[in-house]
Design a protein around this ligand. Structure first.
Ligand code: LLP
Length: 463
């Protein structure tokens, strides 16, 4: 990502410190549609609204911090993925990005399937009425109990992640008198990083069975021999927050190569391939994600071309986007508590949440943007760092951002693109209570995940 260290433009200090920030925006009141949920805009008073409701009302009614999720945007993105891939493919929303019962119902209604990776996600999906045959069950260390529940429920597929798991699932399925549909997750030797991919030692990780050295082929051999299993396909997931399609191209090439080897050795053409998730979204204005229809076209073309080359019937493709569906649909609404200018450095803006509601900045050095949302301003931009209330100096929500120099306690600010992997990775660090998720749609706001309470904390503490 190209970002200038010393942007020109108005600023609160004579010398700007080193950092990764773009030039100050020309208008601090602008809301870049790339990073904000679709229905976000400013009303005539300058207050930001989403789903037809202004953020001041949301703050009054539900408190801060709060994740505010635009239901219409979520549904629109889910639909866009569904229609981009069409009837000959399946879209499995990756529940790890954010899962709640309301979300499961929206997905069901919009015709998407669901990828779960734990007993907890499975029970959430089933309890909200997702048909079991539309659920894929993932994980590198599923417990025997989780496998049993998944098989009993009748999940559409279990994605096998190791040699031991092949035997484990086959055994449990047989015990239950079932033949479980499974895919085998392989690692294709492509390592995808944020904004790039490097074709190196991706096998050196805990997920999947390496294609290298014939291990994946051996896994297929074993799975085909076991009565309890119906092997329906091969799975590959190359990473997350990816913009470059070439990693998928290499993955598809290698997965299809394996399908061809399977056909040649066993006379079986596996009917499905899953290319995982990982498609990137815009966290800041510098990111340029692709649209679902472009991704669908690119992936379908790659697989079709590779299969033609190998003289294979084109298998049914599935994908597992998580972030690309839910990420852009939510923002985190915070109230400013203190504003601390440090001369010659930057201004520290402390909010009422922090690393407990967004660990991604501390964990991955993730970049976010931020805006004042409770009013407009014509003040000069100041270089700011948005920090939380935790007892830790790494408790940073937005590392480098420009906020108006008239920012004051009580102002509401919002961090966009926090729909994915923020609530789902939230913690109780410092016994800070996890914020609610408030869904807004068509002038109505409702809590879909409630705020944690002190009673919730104390209920678990049984000593
Ligand atoms: N399929 C599989 C098998 C996965 O492991 C993942 C993500 C996905 C699909 C969905 O990937 P997505 O489209 O959401 O990128 N906590 C990290 C991301 C970890 C993703 C793990 N697996 C973050 O906050 O960026």
């Amino acid at each position: 990502m190209s970002r200038s260290a010393h942007p020109a433009g108005p600023r609160h200090a004579d010398v700007l410190p080193e950092g990764h920030y773009s030039a100050p925006p020309t208008d601090l009141n602008d809301l870049d549609p790339k990073v904000w949920a679709q229905t976000v805009s400013r009303d005539t008073d300058g207050v930001v609204t989403v789903g037809g409701i202004d953020v001041k009302r949301i703050a009054e009614e539900f408190g801060t911090p709060a994740y505010v999720l635009d239901e219409a945007d979520f549904r629109a993105r889910a639909r866009a993925w569904r229609s981009a891939f069409g009837a000959d493919a399946d879209v499995f929303y990756a529940g790890k990005a954010f899962l709640s019962r309301a979300v499961v119902r929206w997905l069901h209604e919009e015709g998407l399937n669901l990828d779960v990776c734990s007993g907890g996600e499975l029970v959430t999906a089933l309890s909200a009425g997702m048909p079991a045959d539309r659920i894929a069950f993932h994980g590198n260390n599923k417990s025997a109990e989780e496998i049993r529940r998944a098989v009993e429920a009748g999940v559409g597929r279990i994605v096998l992640d190791s040699f031991q798991e092949i035997v484990r699932v086959a055994h449990i399925a047989k015990e239950l008198g079932r033949r479980q549909r499974v895919q085998i997750r392989i690692t294709v030797g492509v390592e995808a990083h944020t904004h790039e991919f490097i074709a190196t030692a991706h096998e050196d990780q805990k997920f999947g069975i390496p294609l290298a050295g014939g291990q994946a082929a051996e896994a297929v051999r074993r799975a085909l021999q076991l009565d309890g299993l119906e092997l329906i396909g091969i799975h590959s997931h190359i990473g997350s927050q990816i913009f470059d399609m070439s990693g998928f191209e290499v993955a598809a090439h290698r997965v299809v190569g394996l399908l061809k080897d399977i056909r040649d050795e066993h006379g079986v053409e596996l009917p499905e391939i899953d290319l995982g998730g990982g498609l990137g979204i815009a966290y800041t204005s510098d990111d340029d994600p692709r649209e679902p229809h472009e991704i669908a076209k690119a992936l379908t073309e790659i697989v079709t071309r590779e299969c033609e080359g190998a003289r294979l019937r084109t298998p049914r493709i599935s994908v597992e986007p998580g972030r690309a569906i839910v990420g852009p649909t939510a923002f985190t609404l915070y109230e400013v508590g203190t504003v601390k200018p440090l001369d010659g450095l930057r201004t520290y803006v402390s909010v009422d949440g922090g690393m407990s509601d967004n660990i991604r900045t501390a964990l991955y050095d993730a970049e976010y943007s931020v805006a004042l949302v409770s009013r407009t301003t014509d003040a000069e931009p100041m270089l700011a760092r948005v920090v939380g209330k935790h007892c830790e100096s790494g408790d940073i929500v937005v590392k480098d951002a420009f906020l108006p120099s008239d920012l004051a306690p009580g102002d509401l600010i919002a961090v966009p693109a926090t729909g994915a992997y923020c609530r789902s990775m939230a913690s109780n660090y410092n016994h800070v209570l996890r914020p609610p998720v408030v869904a807004v749609n068509d002038g109505e706001a409702r809590v879909i995940v409630r705020r944690e309470t002190e009673e919730d904390l104390l209920r678990l503490d049984v000593g």
